[in-house]
Design a protein around this ligand. Structure first.
Ligand SMILES: [Zn+2]
Length: 290
């Protein structure tokens, strides 16, 4: 008899996650954007206005959430990290620089990973989980997560329920996200750098995410919502987020849980899949290379 990652009587779990990328989202593309006042202030809206606004919604509705901070952002805004932690939410590791791990050497990725851990340690913040910048994990990311004693990762996508990932440094729990539950694909618009070119109607997004939650109740899935305060912190979108949470709360079989809580439960759930990581072996000449 194994314990279940879902509470008794629950059909789906909602993890509300907020990636506080702030300026790193664009600086990780090119440091030259530090000179662009509009671009920098557009990104700073996230920590300046978005996070406090989202904290207010979470407090009003009494739901827990997980905030993923790049170490660079935490270092510059220690009071914000403390404010989120004091509100009872989880703080998680979102790289140091937000540069995708898949574009770094193994040594660079390790250094970036460690540097963020040092920031959180200096601030007295306990860390249980990790999410790669842009979800672009390398094949070694999960083993770094295990090696540094973290419980879970949230970057990989071959399931919509938690699963176990064995690595050479021990097993980690994967809490899979997906683009369809990410506000970036709905709301990201910026001319330079071009991080996206869409501004969808919040009511459309609300409708789409409610539909997904209903479907996930049938399949006992993890509704991993990934939002960015510089996007969802805007007023109409924050309103849609509030409505989405209220809808979830109106469903008796839906629970709201932090990533840490889900990962702890999943760790003890042997019925969940185990999916080893394996880079496909590519025979020369079959596929084009650049
Ligand atoms: Zn991010």
């Amino acid at each position: 008899m194994t314990s279940s990652w879902l509470s008794p009587g629950k059909s789906a779990a909602v993890a509300l996650t907020f990636d506080v990328d702030a300026e790193t989202g664009v600086l990780s593309m090119d440091a030259k954007y530090a000179k662009h006042a509009m671009t920098m202030t557009h990104q700073a809206f996230g920590p300046d206005i978005g996070v406090p606004r989202i904290l207010g919604i979470l407090k009003d509705l009494q739901v827990p959430a997980t905030f993923y901070f790049p170490g660079w952002v935490a270092e510059r805004r220690p009071n914000l990290v403390a404010q989120v932690a004091e509100a009872g939410h989880e703080i998680a590791h979102h790289s140091y620089s937000h540069v995708p791990a898949s574009s770094m050497t193994a040594a660079e990725e390790r250094r970036d990973f460690e540097r963020a851990l040092e920031v959180f340690k200096n601030q007295g913040v306990d860390i249980y989980g990790h999410r790669a910048g842009l979800w672009e994990a390398s094949w070694q990311t999960a083993s770094l997560v295990a090696e540094y004693g973290l419980l879970y990762d949230s970057s990989l996508m071959n399931d919509d329920r938690p699963y176990h990932v064995p690595t050479e440094s021990g097993s980690v729990v994967e809490l899979p996200p997906h683009w369809s539950l990410d506000d970036w694909e709905q709301y990201a618009f910026l001319p330079a750098p071009q991080i996206g070119s869409i501004i969808e109607e919040p009511l459309k997004v609300l409708s789409m995410w409610k539909y997904e939650l209903d479907a996930m109740r049938r399949y006992n899935s993890l509704f991993m919502l990934t939002n960015h305060p510089f996007l969802t912190g805007r007023a109409g979108r924050a309103e849609a987020l509030r409505s989405l949470i209220e809808y979830g709360q109106s469903c008796d079989d839906v629970e709201f849980v932090t990533c840490r809580e889900i990962a702890e439960r999943a760790k003890a759930d042997d019925s969940l899949a185990t999916r080893p990581l394996q880079q496909p072996d590519i025979e020369a000449g079959v596929f084009p290379t650049s």
